[in-house]
Design a protein around this ligand. Structure first.
Ligand code: A3P
Length: 331
């Protein structure tokens, strides 16, 4: 995308005019989508106002729960599970909101809501709130990082994150030019060299992992691949952590398995609400407005094998081992 072809920020993306001058002064890179360097990391220009607004204005509550993920690590799934497990006494599973609305409408993304000028809706939510974020731990406002809030962190094989993001990029940009110019191997190697948005996947994971060292009882780590392998056991871990463990009666009645099925890839992606609707292009940003189907693709582990060369996959695995070495987190 040529430099200068995209206006600095769309009207929609600037809920807080106070950010405009700051953002305009930050280093910019236009090679794929416009990104700005802020607090040591590159951020998509379109999301940065929300990040800064969260830092300046968000007030967390001690009983908030945050679902933190690197983009394309399974946020949609985590939102559906956390929402279903914490609201299970309110809604019968046979007539559940998740059957009518997308998980992203059930659990709001913090910086996205601020970006859209909808922070008052976050303030108005009753406690305990469940909110999602892609922000790095190091840039979270103190009110989250230093508070007693619980955080569920979901991580995934970085190779599959790259592949998922690559496919998502095509949907977001609405063009195959991006994929031709940036094949998976090139994106992965750039990532290994630290060229990425939201920091590298490894730095994102390690930020939350190190925070967990200080507050192990308040930060739960889940892995996408383990959730695929043992969804019921991991759902029970999450329920325990969130303070709403399944009772023996609920377990006997099959409630755990019912929630797993409700939130499964096959079920959610097959619902009418999550099917592709009309693709409208926002002329201001050249980004396609995402429809609910954009968040469902394959929902499997190991799709990297179909897109990444063995050499690049090996390099990514080496990076994962190097980065996680000594952290106590194993892959
Ligand atoms: P793939 O592109 O590998 O299929 P995010 O929600 O963070 O944007 O991540 C999207 C990834 O999670 C996509 O991965 C998507 O298919 C997968 N996903 C979405 N819903 C899921 C579910 N219910 N179960 C498992 N994976 C899911």
């Amino acid at each position: 995308m040529a430099a200068g072809s995209v206006p600095l920020l769309s009207e929609d993306a600037v809920p807080l005019q106070e950010c405009r001058d700051l953002i305009a002064s930050l280093p910019v890179d236009h090679r794929v989508v416009p990104v700005r360097q802020y607090q040591g990391f590159w951020w998509p220009e379109s999301t940065l106002p929300g990040v800064i607004a969260v830092q300046r204005h968000f007030k967390s509550r001690p009983d908030d729960v945050f679902l933190a993920t690197y983009p394309k690590s399974g946020t949609t799934w985590l939102k559906s599970l956390a929402f279903a497990v914490t609201t299970r006494s309110q809604y019968p599973l046979s007539d559940h909101p998740l059957l009518q609305i997308n998980p992203h409408q059930c659990v709001h993304s913090l910086e996205r809501m601020f970006n859209r000028g909808r922070s008052s809706e976050i303030d108005a939510l009753p406690s305990p709130r469940i909110l999602a974020t892609h922000m790095l731990h190091s840039v979270l406002p103190d009110s989250i990082a230093a508070s007693d809030c619980r955080i569920v962190y979901l991580w995934r094989d970085p190779k599959d994150v790259i592949v998922s993001a690559w496919h998502f990029g095509e949907k977001v940009l609405g063009t195959r030019e991006y994929q031709a110019e940036w094949p998976v191997d090139k994106v992965a190697m750039a990532h290994c060299e630290g060229i990425s948005t939201h920091a590298t996947i490894w730095d994102h994971i390690l930020g939350y992992w190190r925070a967990r060292m200080h507050r192990p009882e308040k930060i739960l780590f889940l892995r996408y691949e383990e959730m695929l392998a043992e969804p019921a056991a991991n759902l029970k871990r999450m329920a325990d952590f969130l303070g709403c463990p399944f009772s023996p009666e609920e377990e006997k009645a099959g409630m755990v398995e019912e929630i797993v099925t409700l939130c499964s890839f096959n079920n959610l992606s097959g619902l009418a609400i999550n099917k592709p609707s009309s693709d409208v292009t926002d002329e201001g940003t050249k980004l396609q407005l995402l429809n609910n189907a954009s968040f469902f693709r394959k929902g499997e582990r190991g799709d990297w094998r179909n897109h990444m060369s063995p050499e690049v996959a090996r390099r990514m695995d080496e990076m994962t081992m190097e980065k996680l070495q000594g952290s106590g987190l194993s892959f």
